[in-house]
Ligand binder design. Structure first.
Ligand SMILES: *[C@@H]1O[C@H](CO)[C@@H](O)[C@H](O)[C@H]1NC(C)=O
Ligand SMILES: *[C@@H]1O[C@H](CO)[C@@H](O)[C@H](O)[C@H]1NC(C)=O
Ligand SMILES: *[C@@H]1O[C@H](CO)[C@@H](O)[C@H](O)[C@H]1NC(C)=O
Ligand SMILES: *[C@@H]1O[C@H](CO)[C@@H](O)[C@H](O)[C@H]1NC(C)=O
Ligand SMILES: *[C@@H]1O[C@H](CO)[C@@H](O)[C@H](O)[C@H]1NC(C)=O
Length: 411
């Protein structure tokens, strides 16, 4: 046996080496190897930043690993690119914890907790959680606590993608963000799937996902429960597919608000398909300020199921919470070519279809196609539709009865 042991050991070692290389372990950058403690109380930010620096500098498909079974407390961090490899993976299996409320927040920048900036080819996966620990922020929110000294209007977004291209993220959970959970800004070619976003109904401004200056985005197979919009679509957004989503509680799926400070808005090719809305304060919503200009066009809301939803179908071109922006102007955002198709379920408000379009530009090319809405409770009585300057056509059954002004052109 002794005579065999040395060659045997060499053989075993070389086998191990092969295994190591085949697993690509040389490309794994685990935050624990950089000194992160993962105990939920020690600040692990510098370990994360060092691990990111090596990941971003590695040349072939590196992976930043945030392992499971641990909680990593980290402060505000910006993961900057460009990186050397054309794909960068982030395996998020553990939990990342934000500083616990405004008193623990050390940065002067309150806008963002974690951000990727200028990173291309990012893949984030792994059943991990980002816990924003928002309660301390919500408790001092100005909107919910008017008159409170030192109240807060801006609280951190949990995860921001800024000027990134080619992003995929799946299976991640987001809890209790101080404000927006996921923000896409100046970002294109994005696939977000199998996400779980969860914050209480009463948490202020906690949108699930917000898009602004974003092109080619797919958001699918996700559950979103929040205190504000499940998904909100801001200005300069193009080619957005939102499919197979459970939304609620929350404020629904919203395009806008647009044109708040008189901007010229541009939003095109938005498809919202197969969404279940449960007890949300709106369903399919488009909201613009009277001061706005520009256009929203080629929007489809199809196969939506509303359960006890207030304002299931709503266009509000008189959206306003800032006094001088509420006056009638000579402008308006033109909303055209919007199709509502296969919408069913129950409404908590009597006006279930509310197309309150601008008196200046109006809505054109609206299509209502097979809509069957019933009152959520007997007390609501028979549902109605309401149209102001809304033009378009009807197809199939429309309940409540349509109020659209007919036009024969398609726009
Ligand atoms: C890559 O490495 C260089 C030199 O070691 C360093 O200066 C730079 O900050 C690193 N880049 C990133 C993105 O971390
Ligand atoms: C969006 O996707 C289309 C089709 O794949 C592609 O031609 C276009 O370049 C993309 N736009 C951006 C901004 O990447
Ligand atoms: C959106 O869906 C359409 C139709 O299925 C598809 O052609 C298009 O590529 C999708 N766009 C994105 C960004 O996923
Ligand atoms: C709509 O949602 C309700 C409540 O979850 C459910 O009972 C019903 O089956 C759904 N309808 C369709 C067509 O999926
Ligand atoms: C339409 O908007 C105007 C102006 O805000 C408002 O007074 C009116 O009640 C709205 N109509 C409906 C049906 O909501």
């Amino acid at each position: 046996m002794d005579t065999l042991s040395i060659p045997y050991a060499i053989c075993l070692l070389s086998l191990l080496r092969i295994c190591v290389c085949a697993n690509g372990n040389s490309n794994l950058f685990n935050v624990l190897s950089y000194g992160a403690s993962g105990d939920g109380t020690t600040d692990d930010s510098s370990a994360f930043m060092k691990a990111w620096s090596d990941t971003c500098n590695a040349t072939n498909n590196p992976t930043l690993v945030i392992p499971q079974g641990k909680q990593f407390l980290v402060r505000q961090m910006i993961f900057k690119g460009p990186c050397k490899s054309s794909t960068i993976k982030v395996q998020l299996s553990g939990t990342i914890l934000a500083p616990d409320g405004p008193d623990q927040w050390k940065s002067t920048d309150l806008s963002t907790w974690l951000a990727f900036q200028g990173v291309n080819g990012l893949r984030i996966y792994g059943k991990g959680t980002m816990d924003g620990r928002g309660k301390g922020w919500w408790d001092r929110n100005c909107k919910y606590h008017p008159g409170l000294q030192g109240c807060i209007t801006l609280a951190p977004t949990s995860l921001k993608f800024h000027k990134c291209n080619n992003i995929k993220m799946k299976d991640i959970s987001f809890h209790n963000s101080p404000q927006i959970h996921v923000l896409l800004l100046g970002t294109q070619n994005v696939d977000l799937g199998y996400l779980k976003i969860q914050s209480p109904r009463t948490s202020p401004n906690t949108d699930g996902i917000h898009l602004q200056i974003a092109t080619n985005v797919s958001i699918h197979n996700s559950n979103i429960a929040a205190g504000d919009d499940c998904i909100s679509i801001g200005d300069r957004t193009f080619n957005i597919n939102i499919t197979d989503i459970n939304c609620g509680p929350g404020h629904g799926i919203s395009i806008g608000s647009l044109g708040k400070s008189g901007e010229s808005a541009q939003v095109e090719n938005i498809n919202v398909m197969r969404v279940n809305f449960r007890e949300t304060t709106n369903g399919a919503r488009i909201k613009t300020w009277q001061t706005g200009k520009g256009i929203v066009q080629f929007v489809t809301f199809s196969n939506l199921n509303f359960t006890a939803v207030a304002n299931p179908i709503i266009i509000d071109q008189y959206y306003c919470y800032r006094p001088n922006a509420c006056k009638q102007t000579k402008t308006g955002v033109h909303i055209r070519a919007v199709r509502y198709s296969g919408l069913i379920g129950t409404s908590k408000t009597k006006v279930a279809i509310n197309l309150n379009c601008s008196n200046v530009v109006g809505c054109t090319g609206i299509k209502l196609d097979n809509i069957r809405l019933a009152p959520a409770t007997r007390e609501i009585g028979q549902l109605t539709s309401s149209c102001n300057n809304a033009y378009g056509i009807n197809r199939g059954t429309i309940q409540p009865e349509s109020c659209l002004h007919h036009t024969f052109s398609s726009v």
